[in-house]
Design a protein around this ligand. Structure first.
Ligand SMILES: Nc1ncnc2c1ncn2[C@@H]1O[C@H](COP(=O)(O)OP(=O)(O)OP(=O)(O)O)[C@@H](O)[C@H]1O
Ligand SMILES: [Mg+2]
Length: 502
C-alpha cells in the first residue's frame, strides 16, 4: 500500500493531484469520512489539500493535536498526525474516522505523514517563495504607481520614447486637452503615429540629435491647437538605463505663454523708460530751437505783411512756405511732447474714473474730426462696468483717442468701429473696454512690434509710431494691460483691461 503512495508521490503528476489522490485512498483504507493535509505557516495552520464532503476547522485540528498519536476520545473522531522533517514541523495530516483505528491503520497514518514530510517541506518552500515574489511584485507595483503619480501631478506634458521611437511613458497632462491622447492608446505606439503637429522627419531628427549627442535640447514653439496662440518650451532629455548609450528620450512640454508675455511686458516697459530718459535729455535741445524757429517765422510773417502794406509785391508762395514752417514746427513739438509723456513726472491721479464716461468724452472730441464723420461708430457700454481707482481721465481719453484714430486709419473711409465695455471677472481685471475695427488687420509677425516706440507702417508724415507705445505706458501705469486680437483683412480688436474699485 505504502509503495503505491510513494509511487504516486514520485509520479509526474502535480503534487496537489497526487496528494489528493493519496488522501482519497487513505480514506478508503481507514474508512474515514474526510482527510486533509495542513501546512504550518507563519500565520498558523493552513489547509493545503483535502478529500471528503466535510472539512475539519483549524481549531478542531489543534484540539486533535493535543491528543498525541492516538485518537482515543479525540473530539469528533479527528485523528491528527504531525508531519515532521528532521527537527522541523512542516504540517499535520488529519483524518476523521468513526471508532478506533486498527493497529495497521494507525501505522499507515504515521507512515503516510512521514512520506509527506519532504514533499510538504518542498511545497512550503515554494509557497514561501510565492509569497515573497508576490510581496516584491506588490512593492515594485507600488513604486511604479508612485512614480506614475509624480509624473501625472506635474503641470507639464511628459512622454518617453525608446530607441525605436516607441512611447514608453505618457503622462496625464498629455491625455487632456484638445490634442489629448489616452495612455492606453499611446503606450507602445511609434511617436509619429500619435503626434501629427510636427512633420515626422523633423521630429525624428530632433530625437536622433539627443540619442547621438547625449545632450539635452531645448526650444520654443507656438501652437494654436487649443484655439488660442500659446507658447511652449519643449525640452528633450537623454536617459540611460545602464552606463552605455542613451536608451530613451524624455520630452517635456511646458506652457510658458504667461511667462513670455510677462517677459515681453517687462522689456517693453524697460524700453519705454529708456525712451523717457532720452526724451528728457534732448527736450531742451530741441524745444528751444523749435521755439526760435516758430518765433522767427512769425516775425517774418509780420515783416512780409508790412512790406505788402507798403506796396511791395511779395512772391505768393512766401505765405505758403511760412505756413509749412509753422505746421512742421507744430508737428515736431507734438513728437517731442509725445516722447515726454514717457518721462514727465505724472500728476497725482486721484480720480475714480468711469470707463464709459471716458469713452463718451473721447467720441465727443473725435466727432469733429473730418474723417471720423464718414465712419459709423457703434457703442455698447455696460453701465455695470466698475470705476478705475486713482486714474487720470485725461490720459485714458488719450488712450482711446489713439486706438480710435488707429482704427480709422486701418479702415480707410468706410466701415463700423465698435466700442464695447463690460465688467471683468474680478477686481484686478474688473473693467474691460474693446475697440473693434473692420480694418486691414495686423499680420501675426507684426503683432509683437506694434507697441514699440516709433514702429509705424504709415506713410511718412502720417504716423510717428508713438500712439500705441504711449497707450501701453498709460494703461500699465493704471495697473492694467492691453491685448490685441487681429485677423489680416478682417479687422482688429484692442482690449484694455483695468482694475476697478471693489
Ligand atoms: N487698429 C489697427 N489696425 C491695423 N493696424 C494697426 C491698428 N492699430 C495699430 N496698427 C499698426 O500699428 C502701428 C503702430 O501704431 P501706433 O499707433 O503706435 O503708431 P501710428 O498709428 O503708426 O502712428 P501715431 O499713432 O504716432 O500717429 C501702426 O502703424 C499700424 O501698422
Ligand atoms: Mg496711432
Amino acid at each position: 500500500m505504502l509503495a503505491g503512495f510513494s509511487a504516486e508521490l514520485a509520479s509526474s503528476r502535480p503534487l496537489e493531484t497526487s496528494i489528493e489522490r493519496i488522501l482519497f485512498a487513505l480514506r478508503g483504507a481507514v474508512g474515514g469520512s474526510e482527510a486533509a493535509v495542513w501546512l504550518y505557516t507563519p500565520q498558523g495552520l493552513s489547509r493545503g489539500w483535502s478529500s471528503g464532503p466535510t472539512i475539519a476547522t483549524e481549531a478542531e485540528v489543534r484540539a486533535g493535536l493535543a491528543f498525541g498519536a492516538t485518537n482515543d476520545g479525540a473530539p469528533g473522531g479527528l485523528r491528527v498526525e504531525k508531519i515532521v522533517l528532521g527537527e522541523r514541523r512542516v504540517g499535520v495530516l488529519s483524518v476523521r474516522v468513526e471508532g478506533e483505528l486498527a493497529a495497521e491503520q494507525e501505522l499507515l497514518v504515521t507512515a503516510l505523514a512521514n512520506l509527506f514530510a519532504p514533499e510538504l517541506a518542498h511545497a512550503e518552500r515554494s509557497r514561501q517563495l510565492e509569497v515573497e515574489v508576490a510581496a516584491r511584485t506588490a512593492e515594485i507595483e507600488r513604486g511604479r504607481r508612485f512614480t506614475e503619480k509624480i509624473i501625472d501631478s506635474l503641470p507639464l506634458g511628459l512622454y518617453v520614447i525608446d530607441r525605436e521611437y516607441r512611447i514608453q511613458s505618457w503622462n496625464r497632462k498629455r491625455e487632456t486637452g484638445m490634442q489629448g491622447v489616452s495612455r492606453e492608446e499611446a503606450i507602445g505606439r511609434p511617436i509619429f503615429e500619435i503626434l501629427h503637429r510636427q512633420p515626422a522627419e523633423m521630429l525624428r531628427r530632433e530625437f536622433d540629435e539627443v540619442f547621438s549627442s547625449g545632450r539635452m535640447q531645448e526650444y520654443q514653439m507656438q501652437s494654436v491647437a487649443s484655439g488660442e496662440a500659446r507658447t511652449y518650451r519643449i525640452t528633450k532629455i537623454p536617459m540611460r538605463l545602464g552606463d552605455g548609450p542613451v536608451t530613451h528620450v524624455i520630452t517635456i512640454g511646458e506652457d510658458i505663454t504667461d511667462w513670455t508675455q510677462a517677459q515681453e511686458r517687462f522689456s517693453q516697459s524697460e524700453k519705454l523708460a529708456a525712451i523717457g530718459q532720452l526724451a528728457a535729455g534732448v527736450m531742451h535741445e530741441i524745444n528751444n530751437p523749435l521755439a526760435t524757429i516758430a518765433a522767427c517765422a512769425e516775425s517774418l510773417g509780420y515783416r512780409i505783411d508790412d512790406l505788402e502794406r507798403s506796396g511791395v509785391t511779395v512772391a505768393p508762395e512766401t505765405h505758403d512756405f511760412l505756413g509749412i514752417i509753422d505746421n512742421e514746427v507744430v508737428r515736431c513739438k507734438q513728437i517731442v511732447d509725445g516722447l515726454l509723456d514717457f518721462s514727465r513726472p505724472k500728476q497725482p491721479r486721484k480720480e475714480r474714473v468711469n470707463l464709459n464716461e471716458v469713452i463718451e468724452r473721447t467720441l465727443f472730441l473725435l466727432k469733429h474730426h473730418v474723417r471720423f464723420k464718414r465712419l459709423t461708430v457703434e457703442t455698447a457700454l455696460d453701465p455695470l462696468v466698475g470705476r478705475v481707482p486713482e486714474a487720470s481721465t485725461e490720459q485714458l481719453v488719450q488712450v482711446f483717442m489713439a486706438l480710435l484714430l488707429n482704427a480709422m486709419d486701418a479702415m480707410g473711409d468706410r466701415g463700423v468701429v465698435r466700442v464695447v465695455t463690460r465688467p471683468g471677472t474680478d477686481a484686478l481685471n474688473g473693467a474691460i473696454a474693446e475697440v473693434i475695427d473692420q480694418g486691414h488687420g495686423i499680420a501675426r509677425g507684426e503683432l509683437g512690434k506694434i507697441f514699440e516706440p516709433f514702429y509705424t507702417t504709415k506713410p511718412q508724415g502720417q504716423g510717428t509710431g508713438l500712439g500705441l507705445s504711449i497707450c501701453y505706458g498709460i494703461v500699465q501705469e493704471h495697473g492694467g494691460r492691453i491685448e490685441v486680437d487681429s485677423t489680416l483683412g478682417q479687422g482688429s480688436t484692442f482690449r484694455i483691461i483695468l482694475p476697478v474699485v471693489n
